[in-house]
Design a protein around this ligand. Sequence first.
Ligand code: AMP
Length: 294
Amino acid sequence: MTRLCSGFAEARSLSVGTVGLVPTMGFFHEGHLSLMERARTECDTVVVSVFVNPLQFDRADDLAAYPRDLGRDLALAREVPVDIVVAPPYEEVYPVEALTRVGVDRLTDHLEGPRRPGHFEGVTTVVAKLFAGLTPHRAYFGRKDAQQLSVVTRMAQELRFPVEVVGCPVVREADGLALSSRNVRLSPEDRQIAAALSHALFAAADVADSGETETAVLERRAREAVGAIDVEYLELVDAAEVQPLDRLSPPAFLAIAARVGQVRLIDSLWFDASEAGPVSDRGVRLDEPSILYR
Ligand code: AMP
């Protein structure tokens, strides 16, 4: 049975054994569900938080347009099944005037950091509150938001939260587009164009898989494949500190951001270390269109 809670204390009181947390902003798709399913296999209690965190939005229009449907999310969580959905009101997360912020330096100097002022401070502040309020043993994050995963991992380590941060593969549409709740705002034409972000990453991964490690070569190949899209950045960085690399040295990720129509999209492709050299993680693809469009 899936319980809906609005308070952290109630969610904590219902949690037994190993607790796995999946932090989300709701409007679930198969990417979110993959994190919940992974948590289900590894934890006794699976907790999913649904909170559209105003502090991490750098644009009021993006916050206002963010899709929300808690009834839909609950029905999908029940299918996993998730034990607890926590959908806190604003006051549960920000009980008094917000004077305390959590920020991570250096890891936020590139990619999303300079382009979305205050974004990561919003993310790390709310994730720290979720870790403190829900005391998970494991927390599951998607590799799509690669810099976020690196930043949260570092924050948990430095603040000594007793939680293991687990990164999970990117779930993609059949044509490669990474699932995102924002995809529902793409027009049909832009939806077709948006697949090019992933094609750029895959083109670079093809070159890397053939043994190439020079960043300039990987990035050039990706830019050739991206076509006419308005790319904000395309950069290979190390996963630990999110700094630009001259040569591919895993763990690392290639990150891309682009504006397609009204929507700003991001995607990432991770390279893991193995004895045989870097291994590219292209994520998993759906056979059918995502439940986002149902
Ligand atoms: P969001 O609701 O967009 O904040 O996302 C909640 C969590 O789901 C984050 O850890 C995201 O990285 C993860 N996530 C979002 N999209 C995907 C995807 N396509 N594949 C895997 N994880 C995802």
